[in-house]
Design a protein around this ligand. Structure first.
Ligand SMILES: Cc1cc2nc3c(=O)[nH]c(=O)nc-3n(C[C@H](O)[C@H](O)[C@H](O)COP(=O)(O)OP(=O)(O)OC[C@H]3O[C@@H](n4cnc5c(N)ncnc54)[C@H](O)[C@@H]3O)c2cc1C
Length: 505
């Protein structure tokens, strides 16, 4: 049965962090545009953006060792780290604008300051970390980074990690206090609450099943209302496919040539969560290690303090894993149904190239709790089995495409905006660095899809993001201003005691 039919300016598919960000950006730029959202689950931020489904790291490349590559001469290339840090500064500025404009309240409900640390063991790794520190600490973006290979100092920084550790191997860490823990679930929900107040129609329990171009150049979506079981048709001038892991299938349905020859490979995540409050309170940092040989970059282990539901928690992981689902609430047929005639060779080539990755992921799935505890004990030697439970996190669908550098079927670990040549539809694929860089990525969608309006919108974008179009690294005065003002607005400065008081209040 088919009933409701509507026409609108913009449709956002999916109620995750990405659609929320694009929705608010567009509402601020053109308040009178009509926006509709279709989300198949019952609430916003229930898939990857949910606080229990991701690691909540405000990725600013302060501690993630996979963003800094060691070159053959031993020096460290920090260009990727610079790019990611600049992108995170864009998010901080946008969130500050939302708080300053009273569009979001209580920043401590979604962002908290937390030292970011990188930890390594072994002579070679310590040398790498030292070289990385030398390169980064000279850069104004990473000001305040400290390095230590003194076990006494390290015990001050991370007591749980150093307690009863056999220190016969060299060990070292870096620490920077300007790191953050971000509750992307809370942030997403807050942003959708705001959009609802702005008369954006948010349709939960509505699954988008098809996307077609109409003869008059619009996009028509076939949507199943999961409450009533009816099929609806909704038309828009611009569609954003922000379905997370569900985006690839929808992009394929749109039939745009830019969406051809692209495949997806799902990597799942599992965390261990500490249920012992006495242990939780002894740690106050995100401590990132180095990925094991053969492990994909997103499975770098880390021991993290998290702030969820105004409470401190402690998580370790993620352990990678494999299921053919593209979404946590997806179908076991997702992987197979994503293989189409146009991406078959790409997918086959990726399969051949990534046998070792697949084996690694399958081995990860088979790990017993005791084996996982062994990995945890590399971080926290005294970890006790009874203090830790497992939580299944979200799915990350890695993009597979043919590239000049990697050849056919190359697995990508970044984020890709795929848009039609006329800018009428765009999809976001991939999941890394993820929600931390949502504002930068959604500005990329705007740049690609609304080039004619961009000039007119620029002053408003600059009001929201003062550094828009500029490199902060090359403008240290502006960087200082941005750091000071975002830290003040988002409550990232001040003492730990003040914040604990706020958390209790
Ligand atoms: C294990 C793990 C750890 C991570 N850690 C971090 C981190 O520390 N820091 C960071 O910045 N990022 C991290 N990420 C990445 C981050 O979570 C994602 O990049 C981000 O949440 C993606 O937001 P999204 O809106 O694109 O997708 P999602 O939040 O997944 O939202 C997509 C929405 O679309 C809906 N949908 C899908 N298909 C349809 C359809 N056909 N019809 C209607 N609705 C549909 C889904 O139900 C879902 O609600 C992590 C991810 C994982 C899985």
């Amino acid at each position: 049965m088919s009933n409701r039919q509507t026409k609108t300016d913009v449709i956002l598919i999916g109620a995750g962090a990405m659609s929320a960000t694009l929705g608010i950006l567009l509402k601020e730029l053109v308040p009178d545009w009509n926006i509709k959202v279709f989300e198949k689950l019952s609430n916003a931020g229930e898939e990857s953006s949910n606080e229990w489904n991701n690691a909540g790291t405000g990725h600013a490349a302060l501690c993630e060792l996979n963003y800094t590559d060691e070159k053959s001469d031993g020096t460290v290339d920090i260009s990727k780290a610079i790019k990611i840090n600049e992108q995170f500064q864009v998010s901080l500025q946008f969130w500050s604008y939302l708080v300053n404009s009273n569009l979001l309240r209580n920043p401590q409900d979604f962002i908290m300051p937390l030292p970011h640390m990188s930890l390594v063991q072994g002579e070679q790794n310590v040398r790498f970390l030292k070289n990385r520190f030398e390169a980064m600490s000279k850069n104004p973006l990473f000001e305040g980074m400290e390095f230590s290979d003194d076990p006494v100092k390290l015990s001050e920084w991370m007591p749980l990690v150093m307690q009863d550790r056999a220190t016969d191997e060299p060990i070292a860490a870096t620490k920077i206090d300007s790191g953050t823990d971000v509750n992307f679930g809370a942030l997403t929900r807050m942003m959708f609450d705001h959009l609802e107040n702005e008369q954006v129609e948010i349709n939960y329990r509505h699954s988008v099943n098809d996307i077609k171009r109409t003869t008059d150049g619009l996009w028509e979506l076939k949507v199943r209302n999961l409450e009533s079981g009816t099929v609806e048709h909704h038309t828009a001038k611009f569609v954003f496919i922000g379905g997370g892991g569900g985006s690839l299938h929808l992009l394929q349905k749109s039939g745009i040539p830019e969406g051809k020859h692209i495949g997806g490979f799902p990597v799942s995540g599992i965390f261990m969560v500490c249920n012992n409050p006495d242990v939780v309170k002894q740690h106050h940092a995100k401590v990132y290690g180095k990925a094991k040989v053969g492990a994909p970059p997103m499975s770098v282990p880390h021991l993290d303090t998290r702030f969820i539901d105004n409470k401190k928690s402690l998580l370790f992981g993620p352990f990678a894993g494999f299921t053919p689902k593209f979404l946590k609430h997806g179908s076991m047929f997702d992987l197979i149904t994503s293989v189409k005639p146009d991406n078959l060779l790409t997918m086959l080539a990726a399969g051949v190239k990534n046998v070792s990755l697949t084996t690694y992921l399958i081995n990860q799935v088979m790990l017993s709790k005791e084996k996982r505890l062994e990995e945890l004990r590399e971080f926290f030697p005294n970890a006790k089995s009874e203090d830790w439970d497992l939580v299944v996190a979200g799915q990350r669908v890695q993009v597979i495409k043919d590239t000049e550098a990697g050849g056919k079927g190359t697995l990508q670990f970044g984020t890709e905006v795929v848009s039609a040549a006329d800018g009428s539809i765009a999809a976001l694929l991939g999941a890394s660095p993820g929600a931390s860089t949502a504002v930068h990525v959604m500005l990329e969608v705007i740049t690609k899809c609304f080039p004619e309006q961009l000039k007119e919108w620029e002053p408003k974008i600059k009001e929201m993001i003062p550094s828009y179009g500029m490199s902060l690294m090359e403008n240290p005065e502006l960087l200082k201003e941005v750091h000071t003002s975002t830290a003040q607005t988002l409550g990232l400065s001040g003492s730990e005691e003040d914040r604990q008081e706020k958390l209790k209040a």
